[in-house]
Each structure stands twice: as structure tokens, then as C-alpha cells.
Design a protein. Sequence first.
Lengths: 117, 113
Amino acid sequence: GAVVSQHPSWVICKSGTSVKIECRSLDFQATTMFWYRQFPKQSLMLMATSNEGSKATYEQGVEKDKFLINHASLTLSTLTVTSAHPEDSSFYICSARPISGRYNEQFFGPGTRLTVL
Amino acid sequence: AQSVAQPEDQVNVAEGNPLTVKCTYSVSGNPYLFWYVQYPNRGLQFLLKYITGDNLVKGSYGFEAEFNKSQTSFHLKKPSALVSDSALYFCAVATGGGNKLTFGTGTQLKVEL
């Protein structure tokens, strides 16, 4: 149980295009989903927290107009990287917190590797 | 603000030997502590957590961790390392009621034959 999927697992796009990444909780409902960014050989940096049906909360320094987050249902959150540039190339990981979750339980997706040419 | 320190970028150990991956934390309030493992190009897999109770926590794949409040540490241990344990290990902390996990910088564990 507690499986989180991400789609796509990897994507290559041209500079200036937009890319959408999906995060789904497959066997549980998630009130809260989190989006992280990980640079090579570095730790995970929280980008934003999204709650179903409300606006996402972005961490300081993260451009909300560039990284659009939608949490339309209790099992799906999407991250759209708008007008992507090479510096947006990174590994993006989502996590989901179950409705019944305790003690800050989060289950992580497998990640999406974004490469912007 | 909460923070986590993993002082070692890399730990090397021979297969069959015990391993320790170090983690110290700083929080105000009671900490919730977690260990995750990451294999190349994959997301994080949960290993174990400390919330309350027994200071020695047992987790997946034979790993365990000991919560030491006086030393603000939560070191990850395994009695006998396997080559397949080679991966990147992250320690994380959260405080009660908070959603945010704060991660350490990660420790690359390399287990050699």
C-alpha cells in the first residue's frame, strides 16, 4: 500500500516550452502533496505544498508563476513548469500525505527527470 | 527553524561489517525523525521513523536507528552491511503538527566486497 506514481518518469523538452508532471496517490487519498526539487548530488529542496482544492503554498525563492501547481483531487497533483529553460533541468519528486496519516507521514513518488535543451 | 546535519558525504564499509550513517538535528520542540534511502534516478524509500517511545527504532531491510535526545542525534545502523545497501541515505526531521520535512544533505553509502 501507499504507492505514489509520477508521470512521466523522464522528459526532454525545448527551451521555452511548458512541461506538466503528474503525481498520483494510487491506493490512498492525500490531503496534502509536496513538490521537491533535487539537483545532482544534493538534497531535496521543498518547492511547494499543495492542498486539495486550495492554492499551493510556495517556499521562499520559488516562482509561483513559473511552477504552477494544481491539486484538483485527493489523488492527483500536477506541477507545470512554464517556459522552461535549461536551468530548470532537475529531478522533481513529489510526495503525498494520506488523509489518515500521522506524524507527518509522506510517501514519495519515483521522481521525474526533466532536461531542458 | 529546524535543520539536519549529515556530516559525512560518503561512508565506505566492507560487506559483512557493521555500518553507521550519522545524523544530528536541531529543532524547537519534540522531533519526528526519519531515514530514507534513494537509489539512482529513483524517489525516496522510507526506512524508519522515530516519533516517541523506545529510543531504538527498527526499520526495513535490517536497518535500525537510535534516538539520542541529549546528543540530538539519530544515527542509522545495520549490523551487517550488504553490497545492495549501497545507495544515498537521507535523514529528515519534522516537528509536531508541521507538514514540512527538512532533509539533510545525504550520505552516499558504498559497501564493497
